[in-house]
Design a protein around this ligand. Sequence first.
Ligand SMILES: *Cc1c(COP(=O)(O)O)cnc(C)c1O
Length: 397
Amino acid sequence: MNQPIYFDNNATTAVSPSVFEAMVPYLTEHYGNASSAYRSGRVARAAVERAREQVADLLGCEPREVVFTGCATESDNAAISSALHTTGHRHVIVSAVEHSAIKNHAEHLERLGYGVTFLPVAGDGTLTVQQVAAALRPDTAIVSVMWANNETGVLFPVAEIGELCRARGVLFHTDAVQVVGKLPVNLAGLQVDFLSLSGHKFHAPKGVGALYVRRRAKFVPYLIGGHQEKGKRGGTENVPHLVGLGQAAVEAKRHLAAEAAAVLRLRDKLEHTVLEKIPDTFVNGHRQRRTPNTSSLAFAGLEAEALLLLLDQHNVSASAGSACTTGAVEISHVLKAMGVPPDRAVGTLRFSLSARNTEAEVDYVLGILPPLIAKLRAEKTGAVALKAKLAAGEKIV
Ligand SMILES: *Cc1c(COP(=O)(O)O)cnc(C)c1O
């Protein structure tokens, strides 16, 4: 195949053509500051407020509950930081498998002297509401657990956790980056105080996100500056990107059900065939409680990073569950928390699909995977050695 095959949609997605088209006028003609009162400012303001309505419509909340941010990392940081300020409490509960936007912030807070509980997960990557209940303390400021895991797609029971937190008077945040645009979200029926999303994970550009802040939840800004976002987030509005985010939300809402079903069919074909054709292969994570696009596959007896390099030679993009740095292999904290045996963790490859992928692409990958895997297993070629060979100009496919 000459066309690149992109199976790394949990890392980022392609900007949709209609999103790009919607943005262009705000990069060229309507460059006014959305806070300015003259005509081009008013045009920009109207566009920002329309985007807010579009995102609110996707989430099932009120437009005034949507605070635009620069990325989901900012949204995640802002939610936890605000909860610590508004409650004055010094304990935070997160899961052991959060994205680094939560994990590294939580570890930073721990170093600053805050109490942090990292909830363990089961072997299939799941977490129960009882675990959260048992970890609550009188000084807990906030519970923050992701809705879906970016490495495995495993879903956490956010509806139940939200009910628990509301009943116990504790703030609840969920990082929903891997759910928004993939599965329906209806905040009207959820006891969630804060929810993070990122544009570039559902076909808007990078560098734009949002934080849902429930209307009655106390909130202090993370970026302190001007009065933008009704005082909830300083910084001149990134009008073109917000327009893109709004358009991506419209498209996600319109096509979500059909796309989720189509992606699920492709993912399952890929996964089932791999398991059937390639020995010593395992799925990481709960087989049902998962986002429809994600497959975390462990190929025992090889280095996934080496497999990635070979796949890249065939113009196929995926991602590895571990990183090889000069001989030593760093296993992802997610696979480690699940207790995935080292041999499987080192051999873990994540395929994350989108509705743009085709059956022909899946078939192509299914065709090349078995011989590549057999070769790596037989020759015991590691990623470091393979990189050296490629750098020397050797052709290895
Ligand atoms: C990508 C991702 C983020 C970070 O989003 P950015 O907008 O790139 O900062 C946070 N959480 C999860 C689960 C993600 O997949």
